[in-house]
Design a protein around this ligand. Sequence first.
Ligand code: EPZ
Length: 427
Amino acid sequence: MDKIIIEGGKRLSGTIPISGAKNAALTLIPCALLTEEPLTLRNLPRLADIDGFQHLMNQFGITTSIQGTRPEDFGRVMTLEAPRITSTVAPYELVRKMRASILVLGPMLARMGEATVSLPGGCAIGNRPIDLHLKAIEAFGAEIELAQGYVRARAPDGGLPGGEFDFPVVSVGATENALMAAVLANGTSRLFNAAREPEIVDLCNLLVAMGAQIEGIGTSDVTIHGVRRLHGATYRVMADRIEAGSYACAAAITGGDVLLEGAKAEEMQATLHALRNIGIHVESEAKGVRVGANGRLRAVNLSTAPYPGLATDMQAQLMALLTRAEGTSVLTETIFENRYMHVPELNRMGANIETSGRTAIVHGVERLTGAEVMATDLRASMSLVIAGLAAEGQTQVRRLYHLDRGYERLEEKLALVGAQVERIGDE
Ligand code: EPZ
């Protein structure tokens, strides 16, 4: 396992290239199941989870090839070809390592009329049930059976008829699975209270590029008219709004001035609004989003919510920033039940944070001090890196595999803007 060593106190300045969005890529890749023709995805981030998904797709008999980018480039081009599917089973040993594998359920069912996927199980931030995924595709006419830790879904002979589903809770993954199940159904399907995240819009845009008929893209009321078949496409993955927001917090906590190249302000409005309230200068430019800070940070109250609300995936990073604000901030995590595991580690760096259930109270402090800290989940790890960039002295963040799941070549990108950061092998 690797660790990252940060010498804090360096002001970040310059340009950070933002990679393709992990959470868009993880729902675009399984779309290859929906057509016999090649699907080429551009701007795919080089991340462990993307490699894992590529391996899972190979498991189904899908060939994948990586083209045309130099090792020093960020991002990759991947072509997936699925003229025939040799297995409809997503096995436990692959799904347990990457819970986003559940996103093969809808497209596999749509293509093959059946799918067997290991239950993903929980993770560090919560028990992450998939009941809404199953209820949605059941509403479209699938038969669902749970046995031996697997979901077995089957469509009636002749394919899914389609149907309607009203989400009691907004769910990104369940919306994605339902969309990918409905595009090849025999009839029309409707989703109410569907998730509206930009990654869902990216999925819908790809599906339409493949020949799907979808109305209400980007809204919570989506209608899908099933078509008989979809064709291949070449599609560029959207920029990662969470990676961009994470580096915005890194620039802000160091009093820096950084251009987040490729970031789209319109996809991260809630994060940019929070940063402005904290006293950070944020400007949308032709090449991306510029973030500038003068070192003074104001305490604010924040609450996560489904898009267009503040992304839960930004909570830990904004909390790290607020540890240095003047005053007390109150954060409320409304999406996941256990997403404060970064708090004890931040407090070991001199932060002063109390948590009670879904609420965290962040009392701003004058200084943070470097420490050896442990990553626990993807976004918690990034919050420790952000704190380490502003802390006095050296910070070592261990168990970097958590970071490698969501941040492409993090230490290279931070070094581009003047951070003193080094990655070394850990015992
Ligand atoms: C996606 O997870 C993202 N992952 C998460 O990002 C992100 O935090 C989350 O959406 C919310 O924005 C990917 O896109 C791969 P949900 P997902 O279904 O789809 C409950 C990261 O750091 N729920 O929107 O699993 C659930 O427990 C990751 O990049 C059910 O009750 O999230 C949660 O409380 C972490 N039943 C809420 O809904 C279900 O069937 C939202 O979950 C599904 C979800």
